[in-house]
Design a protein. Structure first.
Length: 193
């Protein structure tokens, strides 16, 4: 059949009839699968962890993919390597996740005074008590020792927030084509120490 053209218009309509045509179903369209090499990962903070992303083309899929990584713990980064074609028609993409030490995010101390204040305060109280009578002297010395004891408890007991021992995040790897077809896979990443 010849395409039909409409005069005085920029629109051209082409109509071809094929009685043997049957549209592709969703299971026959070009597509791909994505998976990761392991179900979970554990790494010490400050170290890297490696994984492999497996891309499996289906029904003649042949498009470029862009990969993204989300859900990373604070300070972590995701780096993808070049795809490696395999004999079975699938591709392996190496991936490295770099992490930061957990202790770098923990405050070192929440104590409002520094060590020299704990030593100087009772010394000043003791020296001032020398000018008073004997009863006042013992009162000031006792007060100084009590303040020193309370301050020492704060100095030893409030060393800051307790360090975080581990953090688990759900990492999501998404592969997407320019035409908008996308699939994701996810796995837990535990960073300790």
């Amino acid at each position: 059949m010849t395409p039909l053209s409409i005069k005085n218009s920029t629109t051209v309509l082409a109509l071809v009839i094929n009685p043997t045509y049957s549209p592709l179903t969703g299971s026959q369209l070009p597509d791909f699968g994505i998976s990761v090499s392991a179900s979970n990962f554990t790494v010490q903070g400050g170290q890297n962890v490696g994984a492999s992303i497996l891309i499996t083309p289906k029904n003649g899929f042949n498009e470029n993919l862009s990969l993204t990584c989300s859900g990373l713990p604070s300070g972590a980064a995701c780096i993808f390597g070049s795809p490696l074609a395999q004999a079975g028609g699938y591709f392996i993409i190496p991936m490295t996740i770099s992490t930061r030490p957990l202790s770098s995010a923990v405050a070192s101390s929440t104590t409002p005074f520094s060590f020299p204040v704990y030593i100087a305060f009772p010394l000043v109280v003791f020296l001032l008590s020398k000018r008073r009578n004997a009863n006042a002297k013992y009162l000031f010395q006792g007060l100084g020792l009590a303040i020193l004891a309370v301050a020492s408890l704060g100095w030893v007991g409030c060393g800051g927030a307790s360090p975080v021992t581990s953090v688990t995040s759900t990492i999501i790897i998404t592969a997407q084509t320019q035409s908008g077809l996308s699939h994701s896979t996810e796995f837990p990443l535990t960073v300790f120490g």
